[in-house]
Design a protein around this ligand. Structure first.
Ligand code: GLV
Length: 326
């Protein structure tokens, strides 16, 4: 029997391609050439499965070009690149890669928080530019991290990981806002207190965004929300571009309406709002929060295992729209 044909839309670890080749006829993109939406639709034709990343948009047009497609396995926990409704209607399963990236991503959220609050990037640029003349009492004086109030918007697994780091590692008071409240047990584990969004904005010394992107979370942090924050606050976005209004944030940073920000995701990335590129008090990273080698390997393997299990007639490990399985 011939093996099912799959597309691996972006370059991944060669070991993962080798694993997939044991089960499938693999059309890979190890040269990592950019695929336009037309290229993607064309490469999906005749494929039963696809391994995608957040860069590939799987929408009605892509799905209609690929009527034999049965599964898209995203190598990401977020799946706002999928039109899940269009997939479900056509009986196409989507899977993502939760859990395996939780701790590394929470580590990185904390790294950005520390870097922004303690002005790590800004002071490094100053040093590299040869501007460091001598010590002075207020040279790059930032804001306190230990003992301060950590706010978290979006309290899923990654939010909880950040809360634990803050509460147990840095003695921070943790407050959070989420669509639904955590169980008492989880709140106790995270030492986190549920508050409404206004209290979160007004009370946090450091506010970390970890909520999924959806039309409802578009510009959840815009000019009005930034205006409610403390002038000494830092804002960290490791969630998705579009949750923050980047133009409003650039202005707030320039005018000192909040102290600093750390951003790993951007509206329209890989483009970055030009207003963010020339304000000093923001740490900018290229969507790397889950990027440790072991974590990226675990994500790629989980995406591959989802394809192998489902197309082999078994249960996928991490389905997004399990109703397709019925
Ligand atoms: C990264 O942004 C992911 O969703 O895994």
């Amino acid at each position: 029997m011939s093996k099912p044909a799959i597309l691996v839309a972006r370059a991944v670890f060669p070991e993962v391609i080798a694993l997939l080749e044991q089960h499938f006829q693999v059309d890979d993109n190890q040269a990592d050439l950019p695929l336009t939406s037309q290229d993607l639709a064309q490469r999906l034709q005749g494929k039963t499965g696809a391994l995608t990343t957040g860069s590939e948009r799987i929408d009605a047009a892509a799905l209609d070009a690929a009527p034999s497609l049965r599964i898209c396995a995203n190598m990401a926990v977020g799946f706002n690149n999928f039109d899940v409704q269009a997939m479900t209607v056509r009986g196409v399963l989507g899977t993502n890669t939760p859990d395996v990236l939780t701790e590394s991503t929470a580590d990185f959220g904390f790294a950005l928080l520390m870097a922004a609050a303690r002005r790590v990037s800004e002071s490094e640029h100053y040093l590299r530019a040869g501007k460091w003349g001598r010590w002075s009492y207020d040279l790059f004086a930032g804001s306190e991290v230990h003992g301060s109030t950590l706010g978290i918007l979006g309290m899923g697994r990654i939010g909880q990981g950040i809360a634990r780091r803050g509460a147990h590692g840095f003695g921070m008071k943790v407050i959070y806002h989420n669509r639904s409240r955590l169980s008492r047990q989880l709140e106790a584990d995270c030492r986190a207190r549920y508050v409404d969004k206004d209290e979160l904005l007004e009370t946090s010394d450091h506010l970390v965004l970890v909520l999924p992107y959806s039309p409802a979370s578009h510009h959840a942090i815009g000019a009005a929300e930034l205006a409610r924050m403390k002038r000494t606050a830092t804002l960290i976005n490791i969630a998705r571009g579009g949750i923050v209004d980047d133009a409003a944030l650039a202005l707030a940073l320039r005018e000192g309406r909040i102290a600093a920000a750390g951003l790993d995701v951007f509206e329209g990335e890989p483009k970055v709002h030009p207003g963010l590129l020339d304000v000093p008090n923001v740490v900018l990273t290229p969507h790397i929060a889950s990027a440790t080698t072991p974590t990226r390997m675990a994500m790629a393997k989980l995406a591959a295992e989802n394809l192998i299990a489902f197309l082999g007639g078994g249960r996928p490990l991490t389905p997004i729209n399990p109703e397709v399985l019925k």
